[in-house]
Each structure stands twice: as structure tokens, then as C-alpha cells.
Write a protein that binds this ligand. Structure first.
Ligand code: AHM
Ligand code: MG
Length: 338
């Protein structure tokens, strides 16, 4: 059977690079190397039940969370490969307290923030998980980089994206112009363009939030949730709830079908005063994709996620992200205007 000739992700990256006459190809090489890491993680995730990689690693990360073995494996795969790619000066990962240096003599002009395996609680039960990444241009000059190359506003990202290990493995990313999705053909070991120029529907019928925490939210957030459960005048039905508990998977569904995801701040628990999700390698890269696809991302006090100046590698932010119309309505509730 003759299959249509698909556009590989490497072809797509190189073609996009040619649009920019001044591009050196460094970002393209960086992304191509990251794709190899993604394929390696995908292979590990796909055979997880067969090898001894499920369960806890026995370690605790900087966030005080138990590190699963697959978290640890994915972290090492990205860190080892990317440290020698020649285009990075420093990295940060959800699983490491301090910055991760690159290999001596392999320093380059970008920095990388990543969550190696997001949605850890779903690892052992065969539910979609993902890898999230964010690339910035370094601001220090020469040699090894430092924290300053990572503590940069999300609006300055030069590339961001995720890999979702779901019913198929997909990579979705943007280098600033458009958001494109590529599906891994495991029989060939290659990602092919399957979702060119993804646009997030303006208005949605879905909301994603962990409602178990309702009692910890502000009055305004609770009123917004009540609004979502009222009958919509146009459809005669309330919004539908969809929550997987893997940010990548919840975001991916909302990106394709439209939807709003919320992880508001916990107002009653002093240990979690600003929500759960991390700015540098969860909120900011997904906010970059949302905006490039026509959506929006704000905090629960109305700040644009991409305009927050990061103060720490593992800083947390309340996150509201999704279809532009719905984020707009949420914003009005959060400001007490409705
Ligand atoms: P993780 O990076 O340790 O997996 O934590 C982040 C995950 C997100 O994928 C998801 O949106 C959220 O935590 C779910 O948290 P909760 O179980 O509190 O609803
Ligand atoms: Mg995470």
C-alpha cells in the first residue's frame, strides 16, 4: 500500500528555519536533539508495564514530592542528551533543585526548562502523561550559563511545547509562528506533521479543574464554577467537566477541542498559597502555545502568565488557561465584575 508522503518533524523544522534568513540552525539542532530524547522517553513509557520501571524511585524532589522511577528515567534521558547538544548553556528540571550545567566545551546560546514527565500520579495506571519544555535565548555571555538565563518572562520564549504519551505519542510545539502537532509513527520511529497550524476554538463547552479542592478556592473562583454549571442560554446545557489530572493531557484536549483549565490558588492552605503548577516548565510554555493558537493564560488575579517575571526556578503560579472567550469570562468573575 502506498502511504501519502508525510512531512517529518525535522523537515518541518528545517523548512521553518529557512523562512528566517538570519537563522543559524542552532535552534533547529536543539529541537531535533530534544525530539530524540522524546522518542526515547516514549519507548520507555510504552513498555512501562513490562519492565521494572513503575512505582517509586525512593527519592523526593525539591517540591517535596515522591519521584517515580519513570520521572527519574525521563529526567536523565533529557539531561544527558541535551547537556551535550552544543546549543544550551544551562537547564532546569522539575526533578532537580539547582540548575543543571551543560557538558564542558558544549556551551551554546539557549537555556532549557523542562518537566520530564508531567502527570506523575497517572504513570502507574496507564493514563496519558507528558513532557513539557521551554527554550529561552541566554542573557549571560559565554561559557556556562546560570539562573539568570532561565528566570526570563514567558513572552521571551523562542520555542515551547510538549510531548504527550497518549493513545499515540504526539509532539506539539511552536517557535513563535503557529502551533503545530506531529504524531509519532512507532513502526518508523518518526514524527509526522498531523495537526498543522492548530487554532484553539474561541468558545468551549468543557472545563477542567480538580473540584475536590472547591473549599480551598476564593469566593470568586467558586462563583465562576457555579456559572459553568448553569444552563447556557445558547445551548440550554451546562459546560461539561473533563479532568484527567495530567496537565499536558488536559491542555491538549482543550487546545484541540476548546476548553478552559483551572488550577487556582489554595486560599486556606498556607503551605500551597499560590497554586500547584510551576511557572517555568508548566504554566509558561503552555501559555506560549495557548496564545500562539489564539487562546489565553492568566493567573487567578488576572495577570498574564507570559508577563510574570520569574523569581525562582520552581516558582508556582495559579493557572487559568484555555479558549479566549472563556478565559475572558473567568477574568470578569475573578475581578468581581460578575
Ligand atoms: P507533576 O508534575 O508532579 O505530575 O504535577 C503536576 C500535575 C499536573 O499534570 C496536573 O494538572 C496536576 O498536577 C494535578 O494535580 P491534582 O492531583 O492536585 O489535581
Ligand atoms: Mg509537572
Amino acid at each position: 500500500m502506498n502511504r501519502p508522503l508525510g512531512i517529518t518533524v525535522s523537515r518541518h523544522i528545517l523548512d521553518s528555519q529557512h523562512i528566517h534568513p538570519k537563522a543559524t540552525g542552532d535552534l533547529s539542532s536543539l529541537l531535533i536533539e530534544l525530539i530524540v530524547a522524546a522518542k526515547t522517553i516514549s519507548a520507555e513509557v510504552n513498555k512501562a508495564g513490562l519492565s521494572d520501571v513503575l512505582g517509586m524511585s525512593g527519592k523526593t524532589n525539591i517540591q517535596g514530592e515522591d519521584v517515580q522511577k519513570l520521572d527519574d528515567i525521563a529526567n536523565n534521558i533529557i539531561k544527558r542528551r541535551m547537556a551535550r547538544c552544543g546549543h544550551l548553556c544551562v537547564m532546569t528540571s522539575e526533578e532537580e533543585a539547582d540548575v543543571i550545567p551543560v557538558a564542558e566545551g558544549h556551551e551554546g546560546k539557549y537555556s532549557l526548562a523542562f518537566d520530564p514527565l508531567d502527570g506523575s500520579s497517572n504513570i502507574d495506571v496507564n493514563v496519558s502523561i507528558g513532557t513539557i519544555f521551554s527554550v529561552h535565548r541566554r542573557i549571560t555571555s559565554g561559557g556556562q550559563g546560570d539562573e539568570n538565563d532561565l528566570l526570563i518572562k514567558g513572552s521571551e520564549q523562542v520555542a515551547a511545547g510538549y510531548i504527550i504519551y497518549g493513545s499515540s505519542t504526539m509532539m506539539v510545539f511552536s517557535t513563535g509562528e503557529g502551533v503545530h502537532g506531529f504524531t509519532l509513527d512507532p513502526s518508523v520511529g518518526e514524527f509526522y506533521l498531523s495537526h498543522p497550524d492548530i487554532r484553539m476554538p474561541k468558545k468551549s463547552r468543557y472545563f477542567s479543574v480538580n473540584e475536590g479542592y472547591t473549599r480551598y478556592w476564593s469566593e470568586n473562583v467558586r462563583r465562576y464554577l457555579d456559572y459553568l454549571k448553569e444552563e447556557d442560554k445558547a445551548t440550554g446545557r451546562p459546560y461539561s467537566g473533563r479532568y484527567i489530572g495530567s496537565l499536558v493531557a488536559d491542555f491538549h484536549r482543550n487546545l484541540i477541542n476548546g476548553g478552559i483549565f483551572l488550577y487556582p490558588r489554595d486560599t486556606k492552605n498556607p503551605a500551597k498559597p499560590v497554586g500547584k503548577l510551576r511557572l517555568l516548565y508548566e504554566a509558561s510554555p503552555l501559555a506560549f502555545l495557548a496564545e500562539r493558537a489564539g487562546g489565553r493564560a492568566i493567573t487567578d488575579d488576572g495577570l498574564n502568565i507570559l508577563e510574570i517575571q520569574p523569581e525562582g526556578l520552581h516558582q508556582r503560579v495559579p493557572l487559568i488557561i484555555g479558549s479566549s472567550y472563556d478565559v475572558g469570562i473567568a477574568e470578569e468573575f475573578l475581578a468581581g465584575e460578575r
